[in-house]
Design a protein around this ligand. Structure first.
Ligand code: FPP
Ligand code: MG
Length: 310
């Protein structure tokens, strides 16, 4: 991870000082480096976990993720990320969007170093990621289950890149094709669970824990897992909550009241239990990995996702 960190700092550099400043802003603000960590961990299942390509792949996925965050904060009109001012809040939308594009271009340049197959995988991953993000802005069809629609969004916008992190790690670390496929399936589920726990934290946590403004999804009208579960419960006692959710949550007092009602709602526990079940499902994919410290770490990684508090 130290090698990845050094490499990342180099990859966000531009010949223009201001571009370097904008592109390194979110990376220096912190972040969990969840995706590169998974690349490195997955690489341990192979016979060359220390290969330079593993570090390159770890940078590819983190830079892609970073790029998407610059754009995401514009879409969400978020002011805070990783405890720092977001790029659009500091420099405006134009700089934020183009910095996202710059980081994505850097990620693409690096992917080319990994060969044509990696480029194809990265392109397919990015298609899914953007599709998921677009679908989040579209209401489910009349015959579509809102929860199924949402899980499809989550698999696209977050599951895809985390699945590819696991795939790249296994592939460039020299694992067998069987292990690569198993780890990709594991990554897809862990990734979705990671996003769903993020949704729970959006409601449950305070900004000093998450580094973000609580209730952002709610304010933006994104119907995340706890909200969908609360709505599906259709309990008459929830009339006020449903009224608030159906109305304008850009209003500060309505937003605070909805957040308060949701925090106390049994749907929060139901959502947490769902995430724990998904983490178990992810661990069930690991049968192809021989028992030992690497499999233990991958299992622990899935558990951390289910119980994360930041
Ligand atoms: C976070 O969701 C957002 C994503 C996982 C993906 C966003 C993807 C895009 C905006 C497309 C990017 C396009 C280019 C060209 C780089 P969230 O808002 O639920 O999570 P948060 O709580 O971290 O904001
Ligand atoms: Mg967001």
């Amino acid at each position: 991870m130290a090698a990845v960190e050094v490499a990342l700092a180099g990859h966000v550099r531009s010949r223009a000082g201001f571009v370097t400043e904008a592109a390194s802003h979110l990376m220096e603000a912190g972040g969990k480096r969840f995706r590169p960590l998974l690349v490195l961990l997955a690489a341990e299942t192979g016979d060359r976990p220390d290969s330079d390509d593993v570090v390159t792949a770890a940078c590819v996925v983190e830079l892609t993720h970073l790029a998407s965050l610059y754009h995401d904060d514009v879409m969400d009109e978020a002011d805070l990320r990783r405890g720092a001012e977001t790029a659009h809040a500091r420099w405006g939308n134009l700089v934020a969007i183009l910095t996202g594009d710059f980081l994505f271009s850097k990620s693409s340049e690096l992917t080319a170093e990994l060969g044509a197959d990696a480029v194809r995988i990265q392109a397919q991953t990015f298609t899914r990621l953007v599709e998921g993000q677009i679908l989040e802005t579209v209401a489910p069809g009349p015959d579509e289950d809102p929860l199924a629609h949402y899980l499809d969004v989550v698999a696209g916008k977050t599951g895809s890149l985390i699945a590819t992190s696991a795939r790249y790690g296994a592939r460039f670390g020299g694992a067998s094709r069987e292990v690569e496929e198993a780890l990709t399936a594991y990554g897809e589920i862990v990734g979705s669970a990671f996003q769903l726990s993020d949704d729970i934290l959006d409601i449950a946590s305070e900004s000093d824990e998450s580094g973000k403004t609580p209730g952002t999804d709610l304010r933006e009208g994104v119907p995340t897992l706890p909200v969908l579960m609360a709505r599906a419960a259709a309990d008459p006692a929830d009339a006020r909550l449903v009224e608030l959710l159906d109305g304008d949550l850009a209003d500060d007092s309505r937003h605070a009241e909805a957040l308060d009602l949701l925090r106390k709602h049994p749907a929060m526990e139901q959502a947490r239990a769902y995430v724990v079940a998904r983490a178990q499902e992810a661990k069930d994919q690991l049968a192809a990995v021989p028992p030992g410290p690497v499999r233990d770490a991958l299992e622990a990684f899935a558990d951390v996702v289910a119980s994360r508090t930041a």
